[in-house]
Design a protein around this ligand. Sequence first.
Ligand code: IPE
Ligand code: IPE
Ligand code: MG
Length: 251
Amino acid sequence: MDSPRAPAASSAAVPRHVAIVMDGNGRWAKRRFMPRFFGHKQGVDALVRTVQACADRGVEYLTVFAFSSENWKRPSEEVSGLMGLVLVAVSKYLTKLSKEGVRIRIVGDREAVSDRVRDAWHTAESQTAHNTRITLSVAFNYGGRWDVVQACRRAVAEGLAPAEIDEARLSSLMALSYAPDPDLFIRTGGEVRISNFLLWQVAYAELYFSDCLWPDFDAAELDQALAAYARRDRRFGLVKTAEPQPATSGA
Ligand code: IPE
Ligand code: IPE
Ligand code: MG
């Protein structure tokens, strides 16, 4: 049938996997007459708060969009500021996150990033590999289309025949193969779009959009998203059986 990674057809109160497009850092800084970098810096603190809040609420997987395949198009000072922030964030928060039981994984194309950033990611992953409380996947130089393409390339490289490629097989070649599909997709910053985040994996995610700018995101904002999620009726294409179905004409 379909992928074994697909979520169960129910509305479990707490999502196992939350995916977040952390958007609005630049506007947050602009409102304060500060450079965009200041917003990104505060955004790291919001991320650390959110990881903690998700772990406290029993979320098992948190996947965040930190740098998209398209973000290279930004001014070079902003791109290099973001790359530098990776190094700062890892040195500032890795020990704390590791102590709290956070397993860190990086998803995205590592080829284009500098050796220093690649090494920082490697350190973050290896130092937290044994942790089991929550898995934080940081999508960095990631694009949903890149992910589909790299999975197809791997399928070809493995010599798979067309008949051997099905949804489950392709899922197993995608960057987030170790995680169930996201149950809840949150985007902050007021834009109502996916911006090439987890295109394949969000097929049945519940979508939640908030005007909150990412540096302001906190446990209370997370709780609002979780409350909205808990009210959703997830059907996955099934007919809801709890309520009487209308009689079919002519039956
Ligand atoms: C999201 O915030 C962070 C990254 C894309 C790296 P933005 O930088 O997109 O902030 P806005 O959308 O311009 O406010
Ligand atoms: C999406 O935000 C990428 C990240 C949050 C890392 P963008 O700010 O880059 O998205 P667009 O350009 O508004 O679609
Ligand atoms: Mg943005």
